[in-house]
Design a protein around this ligand. Structure first.
Ligand SMILES: [Zn+2]
Length: 292
């Protein structure tokens, strides 16, 4: 399932004569596609929106093909929030937990309890890298800023916003400096102060151009072409077969005998994969003729 709404995009920007770069993203149809497969209460959907916007923003950390994942795990009613971006523009994600008795509980800490935030970068064919920080900032933006400070040693500012319709994010980051240290510090100070004035309403209602103009119209800024972002699930019959094989022959055969057939539903996109007992015997004994 893929949506190519051109409004769903990630755009890079640069400030001339500085070592500061930025990213801006808005996800509407993609966010709706991700929610359509799930039954999240509104406050869980809002939290999920922030994670999806966040993974879109930081997907440029992946220099080549591969996958980047942001995952929070906690001891609250929400136990896991996971958002993943692969091949630079394919987003998927999931929230797990007990949503039945949430009542008025909302917000990062109330929903997740004591939690950690892991960022995993898996470049294709190369070693995976994972950084973990405690999820103890005021909000997800602050936790991610802390992550960049700790793991990448890069001064970073992030703002995330979500409502029922869309999710949006902006990031500015100072790269290792090749310019005068004093000018570099001044540039960062000036742009950070302007960045902090961006409101959630502006993030959710203004175009990328208008948000950047609102904040930085006195700076020399170059905005690059939008890169389309879309919901796309990486599940497949082959991957589902591998998962069955990893469960083990005895257990899978027992399941197929008890139930007649095995239905596996992808929790990300609700795609169903159906395995008859013949499929199962062929899966475990490809050389053997089918049992019946
Ligand atoms: Zn799927």
């Amino acid at each position: 399932m893929t949506n190519n709404n051109p409004q769903d995009s990630l755009q890079r920007f640069l400030f001339d004569d500085t070592d500061i770069r930025g990213e801006i993203t808005t996800l509407s149809a993609t966010y709706q596609d991700l929610l359509a497969n799930q039954q999240y209460p509104p406050q869980v959907a809002l939290l999920f929106g922030e994670f999806i916007a966040a993974v879109s923003l930081i997907s440029t950390m992946l220099k080549d093909t591969g996958m980047i994942t942001i995952q929070a795990r906690g001891d609250g009613p929400v136990t896991t929030v996971m958002a993943e971006c692969s091949q630079g523009n394919k987003l998927r994600g999931i929230v797990r937990g007990d949503f039945d008795n949430l009542g008025n509980i909302s917000g990062l800490h109330e929903l997740l309890g004591t939690a950690t935030l892991a960022i995993t970068i898996e470049p294709e064919g190369k070693e995976r890298y994972q950084g973990v920080v405690a999820l103890d900032g005021e909000n997800l933006s602050q936790c991610l800023e802390y992550y960049f400070h700790q793991s990448e040693q890069l001064p970073t500012k992030i703002k995330l916003a979500s409502n029922a319709d869309s999710a949006s994010g902006m990031l500015i980051q100072q790269l290792p400096s090749s310019i005068d240290a004093e000018k570099s510090a001044d540039d960062w100070q000036t742009l950070s102060v302007l960045f902090e004035t961006l409101s959630s309403v502006e993030q959710l209602e203004l175009s990328h151009n208008d948000q950047l103009y609102r904040l930085f119209h006195e700076q020399q800024l170059r905005l690059f072409e939008p890169q389309p972002m879309a919901f796309s699930c990486s599940c497949s019959r082959q991957r589902t077969e591998s998962a069955l094989i990893s469960i083990g022959r005895d257990e899978v055969v027992e399941m197929s005998v008890e139930q007649g057939l095995i239905m596996i539903t992808c929790e990300f996109c609700s795609q169903q994969y159906r395995f008859t007992s013949r499929d199962i015997s062929e899966l475990f004994d490809p050389e053997q003729p089918p049992l019946h």
